[in-house]
Design a protein around this ligand. Structure first.
Ligand code: DAH
Length: 339
């Protein structure tokens, strides 16, 4: 009977060993040698048959054969399974494939333009300030020397929210807000969004960006204005950019100027962007009107200052050679991915 016990022992030890080998192909191979090899455990059982009673021998022989078959089958299917697992694992990551480039976003051309402008003014000592886009009539007009019946109100088509509340038509109201809160000297720029009730076209949109500037101290002169803006334009557009100052009128500055830059889409010969003029107006500026100082609570006898306001969109169009302002607002990735 001892031999049948041995058979059962080997069956169960094989079963345990098989389980702990799992999907390890090397382990399975060593099991095969251990059990089915020439000197393996199953083979050795055959050599013990001679010790059994002669009439038991056929039965025992069959038991050992069954065990051998069982061990062979189980090993075979474990091996097949292990091989399939290995293949699956190898298929998961092919480290030899080139990587997939992830799509990385980047700044919008308007943001790029605004950042560059801001950097230049920061290096010239200007501090960045902000103000509300929903503004009162008082800050947007009145305190900038534009009373209710002033014809200059027609210069800017205004979106009214209520009687006295507007979407700011320019960043200039932040001048007064800052002067109310800080004593001179102030040297600030104000980047931000402004709104005008205008027909949308290649050249104008109902919302756009401006950068306002204000420098107030004792003895600030028109020469400071010219020097600062000249410096900015040369740093931003390069030394070859030609600029010209033209007398103009703004209610909040006296005297006032408009500054043009030579159109560098057409190089001055005339194109759609510059309306065939060869020049593009990019900036309004002037010496702060004493009335504005009075509204803001500064002594106009003691202080002088200059202010300027420029359209960021138009400058971005020129910088990147884009012909239509609407492209800046369409969010078309085919356009935006070019920057
Ligand atoms: N606020 C004016 C506009 O939107 C631009 C401007 C002109 C701003 C002259 C100024 C300035 O500060 O001095 O048309």
């Amino acid at each position: 009977m001892a031999l049948t016990d041995d058979i059962e022992d080997i069956r169960s030890s094989f079963s345990d060993a098989l389980e702990s080998a799992g999907d390890d192909l090397e382990e399975l191979e060593s099991l095969r040698i251990q059990y089915l090899g020439r000197k393996g455990k199953v083979q050795q059982l055959f050599s013990l048959i001679g010790q059994a009673d002669p009439e038991e021998r056929p039965k025992i022989g069959k038991l050992i054969n069954d065990l051998k078959e069982e061990v062979t089958d189980k090993l075979e299917s474990a091996k097949a399974q292990a091989e399939a697992a290995k293949e699956r694992k190898e298929a998961e990551i092919d480290v030899t494939l080139p990587g997939v480039q992830p799509f990385v976003g980047h700044d919008h051309p308007l943001a790029l333009t605004m950042d560059k402008m801001q950097q230049i003014f920061t290096s010239l000592g200007f501090v960045t300030m902000e103000g509300p886009e929903i503004e009162t009539d008082y800050y947007n007009f009145e305190s900038l020397n534009i009373p209710k019946d002033h014809p200059a109100r027609d210069m800017q088509d205004t979106f009214y929210i209520e009687d006295e509340i507007v979407l700011r038509t320019h960043t200039s109201p932040v001048q007064v807000r800052v002067m109310e809160n800080y004593d001179p000297p102030v040297r600030i720029i104000v980047p931000g969004r402004v709104y005008r009730n205008e027909a949308v076209s290649a050249r104008s949109n109902c919302l756009f960006y401006q950068i306002e500037g204000l420098y107030v101290d004792e003895d600030v002169t028109f020469a400071d204005l010219k020097g600062t803006l000249q410096q900015f334009i040369h740093r931003f557009f390069g030394k070859d950019a030609k600029i010209r100052f033209r007398p103009d009128f703004f209610p909040f500055t006296e005297p006032s100027v408009e500054i043009d830059i030579s159109c560098f889409i057409c190089g001055g010969s005339g194109c759609r962007l510059c309306k065939n003029e060869g020049w593009l107006e990019i900036l309004g500026a002037g010496m702060v009107d004493p009335n504005v100082f009075q509204y803001a609570g500064y002594d106009p006898e003691k202080y002088t200052g200059f202010a300027f306001g420029m359209g960021v969109d138009r400058i971005a169009l020129m910088k990147y050679g884009v012909h239509d302002i609407r492209l800046l607002y369409d969010s078309d990735l085919r356009f935006l991915r070019q920057f």
